[in-house]
Design a protein around this ligand. Structure first.
Ligand SMILES: [Zn+2]
Length: 314
């Protein structure tokens, strides 16, 4: 009984997540600013997302990813240039093109390989991290230590996008309207190639995509399947894919994630995800219970102690 309740709650949360996440990731500058303003009016001073969300420059310290992907911060960040030969950064007003220098170098190299190895002119880069990492005012639980990057599932056009286009243009939703497979009118073999290119890099420990995308990758991978282990199903992620690098070598304080389970992940686990997602979006909604207040925001104290130094470094 209790188990069933928990499952229903998870389902309800998942439904709101699945509905809200793409909208958040795709929000235009105006929508994003309204959301930030409303949040700031209600957030206590000690909230980590208030403190880190308002930082505008990197902490001038040696580069270091501190803590875990969803509870940590970033010292000595580098910014990805907003334009490269094979990439363009989107939503510049968010100022989230900051990452650990290892991730920034990886992204530059990856973008350069996109034309030759995936048939894309280049990549459109969404959120990486804030200048000092940490929790964000809007969107994302992770992206806190400069080792996560969202890449749009839209190939980079051959021209430079204007600032206005970068704020308002929407990425491509590649998932079919029943959320059980990709949409064949927008999905291409090059989508598989670009995700595979990232997944085959040893520095990339995980890639998150919608379960419907993983289904397509499983079908299209053919005999070369080891890379599929790196690609994990996740809510949302139907407009972009999410690259997660492992902790940089030789520096302590960065919490590595467990290895993904063995195997290509194309069997029972994927089926469960597809069924769970379908039920969350289309299934009967649980009867409305008493509304619980939202949990309090994460405080600066909840982060590793060194994140206080990162916050105040000048
Ligand atoms: Zn992401």
């Amino acid at each position: 009984m209790a188990r069933n309740c928990v499952a229903r709650l998870a389902m309800a949360l998942a439904a709101s997540w699945a509905a809200a996440a793409p909208a958040l990731a795709q929000a235009t500058q105006t929508e994003e600013q309204e959301r930030r303003g409303a949040l700031l009016r209600n957030l206590p001073e000690w909230a980590a997302k208030r403190q880190f969300g308002q930082q505008t420059a990197a902490a001038p310290m040696a580069a270091r990813s501190i803590g875990s992907y969803a509870k940590g911060c970033l010292a000595g960040a580098s910014a990805l240039a907003v334009d490269g030969q094979n990439w363009q950064v989107m939503r510049l007003s968010r100022n989230r093109n900051w990452g650990h220098p290892d991730l920034i170098r990886f992204l530059e190299g990856f973008a350069r390989r996109a034309p030759g190895e995936a048939g894309w002119n280049g990549v459109l880069v969404g959120d990486i991290s804030q200048p000092r990492g940490g929790p964000m005012l809007t969107g994302h639980a992770s992206h806190q230590i400069g080792l996560d990057a969202d890449l749009w599932l839209t190939p980079m056009p051959s021209r430079r996008l204007s600032n206005a286009e970068r704020e308002t243009m929407s990425a491509t939703n590649v998932v079919r309207s029943d959320w059980m497979d990709v949409d064949p009118s927008v999905w291409t073999p090059n989508h598989t190639r670009i995700i595979r290119l990232a997944a085959k890099d040893d520095k990339v420990h995980r890639i998150f995509v919608n379960p419907a995308i993983k289904k397509a990758l499983c079908r299209e991978a053919g005999g070369d399947r080891a890379w599929l282990r790196t690609v994990r199903p996740m809510w949302g992620h139907n407009y972009h894919f999410h690259i997660r690098m492992g902790c940089p070598a030789g520096v302590g304080g960065c919490e590595e994630q467990d290895e993904p389970p063995e195997g290509d992940g194309c069997g029972a686990e994927l089926d469960r995800w597809l069924a769970m997602q379908h039920k969350a979006i289309f299934g009967p909604k649980p009867p409305p219970g008493p509304k619980k207040p939202p949990p309090p925001p994460m405080s600066v104290d909840a982060l590793p102690p060194m994140c206080r130094e990162v916050l105040v470094a000048r």
